[in-house]
Design a protein around this ligand. Structure first.
Ligand SMILES: Nc1ncnc2c1ncn2[C@@H]1O[C@H](COP(=O)(O)OP(=O)(O)OP(=O)(O)O)[C@@H](O)[C@H]1O
Length: 317
């Protein structure tokens, strides 16, 4: 088992009070598994990804445990996590490619990164060049400045760097969202290839793009308002979703070849609740077409079929 997350609770401290961004999240990612994490903006996807690798100083670990290969990660202790970052858990944060220092050549950036982790650039360079070639980048990119590379090239550089130490888990947060469609597909395929080659064992692909994650993920986990709504193999989530929220998310996707003069695109009416003072019971209740009395109680996240978990009183009934 690569990753096990149990009852993870994380909040942000703000002047207005605590935002409970993750509220009792439990799941596992198996060896070799790519898991897509989807949901509307603000549901806690990025917080989940970040909290497994680096809590920023506004985030507070409220409770719950994370283990990788059975070893607990000290996620609440930034310094203790240094031993695990990059080697055991690695992250490509949102907007990483735009964050590359524009005044440093790529090779220099890599040398700085390796130095910070006590590794020699000279000794690592042959493997680095091999992996760059694998993603279609020539050795000469090491002499380039970030501004000289396209978005897709920068994203591939970031992917190679974040997996150089073959981490058990890679969190890829919106790695394709600023790219054109064909580059998106190429970068997504690279994620799969890195998993297939064993450069990374398990992956959390955080995205709002269900169609893209459907093509590469083994499993999709749907989040709503800081909790898990549904988790199942990708094709099950897309073709037979059980949670009303997942059904509406999938129903809001445009169909290939659809004529929009005949079928209008619809979103999900309403907005997710604020997480400073979230409602009791099922958090989707106010927007749910199937809501009934029982939804005033929080539904447990339970297995309703093999590898298929849902948090809804109506699912499976
Ligand atoms: N630095 C912060 N301070 C306070 N609240 C925050 C902060 N970052 C995120 N939040 C809140 O935490 C909740 C979860 O946010 P998060 O960014 O994890 O969601 P997300 O699903 O990744 O959204 P997006 O797709 O827009 O990135 C939201 O209610 C958000 O407003």
């Amino acid at each position: 088992m690569t990753l096990q997350v149990d009852d993870l609770r994380v909040c942000y401290r703000t002047l207005m009070g605590e935002v409970r961004a993750l509220d009792g999240v439990s799941f596992t990612v198996a060896d070799g598994e790519i898991m897509g994490v989807v949901g509307e903006s603000g549901c806690g996807k990025s917080t989940l990804g970040k909290s497994l690798v680096r809590l920023d100083n506004r985030m507070k670990h409220v409770g719950g445990t994370v283990t990788v290969d059975g070893e607990p990660l000290p996620i609440a202790d930034d310094r203790a996590m240094n031993r695990f970052r990059f080697t055991s858990v690695s992250i490509i944060p949102q907007y990483a490619m735009s964050a590359l220092n524009p005044t440093r050549r790529i090779g220099r950036l890599v040398a700085d990164l390796l130095d910070a982790h006590g590794m020699s650039y000279a000794a690592t360079r042959p493997e680095l060049v091999r992996r760059l070639a694998l993603v279609g980048l020539p050795e000469t990119v090491l002499d380039s400045y970030p501004i000289e590379l396209s978005g897709g090239m920068k994203q591939r550089v970031v992917l190679v760097l974040s997996t150089l130490r073959d981490p058990a888990l890679l969190v890829a947060d919106e790695v394709t969202s600023a790219l054109d469609v064909s580059t998106q597909r190429a970068v997504a395929q690279t994620l799969v290839e890195f998993r297939d080659r064993g450069y990374v064992r398990g992956m959390l692909v955080v995205t709002h793009d269900i169609s893209l994650v459907y093509q590469i993920a083994d499993t999709i986990m749907v989040m709503y308002a800081g909790r898990l709504a549904e988790k199942a193999p990708s094709d099950v989530v897309v073709t037979e979703p059980l949670h009303p929220y997942t059904q509406l998310l999938i129903g809001a996707l445009p169909e290939v070849g659809a004529r929009f003069s005949e079928r209008r695109l619809t979103g999900i009416p309403g907005r997710p609740p604020g997480l400073r003072n979230p409602p009791q019971g099922c958090r989707f209740r106010a927007r749910c077409p199937l809501a009934f009395d029982k939804c005033a109680e929080q539904p447990p996240f339970v297995e309703v079929a093999e590898n298929h978990q849902v948090a809804c009183w109506k699912a499976g009934s």
